[in-house]
Design a binder for this molecule. Structure first.
Ligand SMILES: [Cu+2]
Length: 290
């Protein structure tokens, strides 16, 4: 009997250990990891071909010499047989830097501009489907992409953050269509909850450190020009989020590294039906960070 009890407790310990292992594996959020490197005028973005979705950390490690990003773009229709909306068609279209982004390409966040030698993580609930992952940090160079198939997984709660960035509709009575609502940002590394409100909107936060205190009119004029405006302090690399389509289910937690100083925060994107860049429609604001 004693031997039996011994065997039984040994078995129970084994079951217990297995349970602990199972629970800790469940508790850790899986990471969808991408790497980007550059040299001789071209860059290479690599990552897994498949992964389960739901709550995931999207990580970009930049071992290149320039700033890079990893934008997740869901290709709606890519899983439908006979659809023209394939991953290949999406890459071809994105390579042409289209002014109007069609609705079958859904921008679902990812990692924003990441300086050389650094890595950056965003936490997202990813829906299943086929995705193009694109480095959109440099509009003038050749588009660098990879693709990943996300299998449907379990969504989970996003981590709580002390700072938030919301692309919101304009204030009542204003002619501006949109506005930024920024809360809790400080100098240093900010974990932020980034949300694009409104079903049809698409927003991306870009932060540039300013030299002097340019007027709003000068900021607008400078951001419209193709070259880097003289009020941009280039000693602090531009930072920001990935682009996020508006929908309540599309929220991400991302990192913003901001050294002390005064910043212009703006959205460089236009509406899907074309139109003005959003920084001319209310999404341009300045903030001093200490
Ligand atoms: Cu916008």
């Amino acid at each position: 009997v004693t031997q039996r009890l011994g065997q039984l407790s040994f078995l129970l310990i084994l079951v217990g250990l297995a349970l602990v292992g199972f629970l800790s594996a469940e508790g850790g959020t899986p990471t969808l990891a991408f790497k980007i490197t550059d040299g001789a005028g071209s860059a290479t973005l690599t990552g897994p071909a498949h992964m389960r979705g739901g709550l995931v950390n999207v990580k970009l490690t930049n071992t290149g010499k320039a700033s890079h990003s990893a934008q997740l773009i869901l290709v709606k229709g890519a899983m439908v047989k006979g659809s023209e909306h394939t991953v290949g068609a999406a890459v071809k279209l994105l390579t042409s830097h289209p002014k109007k982004i069609p609705v079958w390409l859904r921008f679902l966040g990812g990692v924003g501009p990441t300086p050389p030698g650094q890595s950056n993580v965003a936490t997202i609930n990813l829906t299943g489907g086929q995705y193009v992952v694109a480095d959109l940090s440099n509009a003038s160079s050749k588009l660098v992409t990879t693709t990943v198939t996300i299998e449907p997984g379990n969504p989970g709660p996003l981590p709580k953050t002390s700072a938030s960035v919301t692309g919101a509709t304009g204030p009542k009575g204003s002619t501006d269509h949109y506005q930024w609502k920024l809360s809790g940002l400080k100098a240093g590394t900010n974990r932020i909850t980034f949300d694009s409100e409104g079903k049809k909107s698409i927003h991306q936060l870009v932060a540039v450190r300013l030299k002097g205190s340019p007027s709003l009119a000068r900021l607008k004029k400078g951001l419209k020009s193709k070259s880097t405006p003289s009020f941009v302090d280039t000693s602090a690399p531009p930072t920001g989020t990935a682009a996020l389509d508006g929908d309540n289910t599309h929220i991400e937690v991302a990192s913003l590294r901001l050294a002390a100083g005064t910043y212009a925060f703006y959205c460089p994107l236009t509406d899907r039906k074309d139109g003005k860049p959003h920084f001319l429609e209310g999404m341009l604001t300045t903030l001093a960070l200490r």
